[in-house]
Design a protein around this ligand. Structure first.
Ligand code: PMV
Length: 323
């Protein structure tokens, strides 16, 4: 094979971020904003790794030299190549790997999982390994471990399979709804740090175990109720649950002023509900509402220089051009 193009969606967590790390259920939706990976044959004795979004352009004549030159922040890519070499005997030589993402980094939209999954699938197809989605997601999980420490697995799962999923303790099921969910995603313009947010909650839990356990437990029961509301198309109830989920995330210390401002504008202008999505401390906010209402809120936010866009579900998950 001379060339392969692979893409994987980003994701947004509708309910249950953070509590999912403690084994409670969460609901995530794959979105139609994606990451891309192209692998092509290169001239002799060249391995190239290009990641446009970060201005990374590494090339070397030798696999080991390339691996060692990958910057610390992207060590999950090194792990990916090492895994494929060890477990599948892939000799990475004479290839050009080109990664790019439409997801902004640190936004809580799964940019790291999405690029990882797009890369894994590209390697899978280029070397004709015939990996299942489950195997792709599992490697994605290992890469997420390098990025986040102890991820729940919700990001790699959603970016691999697409759709709306209910995720709990490593298991997932697809969810459907009779209503076409319209979600506005607004960016706080603050790059978040997932590891730090997770650690803050861990430390708060050590300090106030009963209180934090109760918050996490309630977040789990919100996700369970939201699953039913989604199934029956009760969008008003979903909005109410989103607002309560946001209050709890705020009590856990992962919200901030900018997130509060966006939520307030949304809820004062007819949204059903609004909350941070992903790790928090920055990143993005999701707002649920009718299309017309969201368009109005979008304009109000733009007037305040808050970048936002309407999104819809990605139902395909990871795929190549051939699929
Ligand atoms: O990295 P983010 O912003 O997509 O957040 C991931 C969601 C968390 O629940 C905070 C962590 C996890 O691994 O589930």
């Amino acid at each position: 094979m001379n060339k392969i193009n692979s893409c994987a969606p980003g994701k947004t967590i509708l309910f249950g971020e953070h509590s999912v790390v403690y084994g409670y259920p969460a609901i995530a939706m794959a979105i139609d904003i994606q990451s891309y990976c192209e692998i092509s044959k290169a001239s002799k004795d060249i391995i190239e790794l290009i990641f446009d979004n970060y201005g990374i352009k590494l090339h070397s004549a030798h696999y080991l030299e390339l691996i060692n030159s990958i910057p610390e922040k992207f060590k999950h890519f090194a792990l990916c190549f090492q895994l494929f070499k060890k477990d599948y005997g892939i000799e990475f030589e004479n290839i050009r790997i080109h990664l790019t993402s439409d997801l902004f980094p640190g936004s809580g939209l799964g940019s790291s999982a999405s690029t990882s999954v797009a890369l894994i699938n590209a390697i899978n197809k280029f070397y004709r390994l015939d990996l299942s989605k489950e195997e792709i997601s599992d490697i994605g999980y290992k890469m997420e471990e390098v990025v986040h420490g102890s991820p729940s697995g919700i990001d790699n799962t959603t970016c691999t399979y697409g759709n709306i999923i209910n995720y709990e303790k490593g298991k997932f099921e697809f969810l459907t709804s009779p209503v076409d969910l319209k979600i506005l995603i607004s960016y706080t313009d603050i790059e978040h740090d997932t590891k730090k947010a997770i650690n803050n909650i861990k430390m708060l839990k050590e300090e106030k175990p009963d209180l934090v356990s109760n918050y996490l437990k309630e977040m789990g029961s919100i996700a369970r109720t939201a699953k039913k509301a989604l199934h029956s198309g009760n969008i008003l109830e979903m909005g109410r649950l989103m607002n309560r989920n946001q209050q709890l995330l705020s009590l856990l210390g992962v919200s901030n002023e900018k997130i509060d401002v966006i939520n307030k504008i949304a809820n004062n202008n007819g949204a059903y509900g609004s909350k941070l999505t992903g790790a928090g401390l920055g990143g993005c906010v999701i707002t649920l509402g009718e299309k017309k209402t969201l368009e109005r809120i979008s304009q109000l936010l733009k007037n305040k220089n808050i970048m936002n866009f309407l999104t819809s579900i990605n139902e395909k998950g990871v795929r190549t051009d051939e699929e």
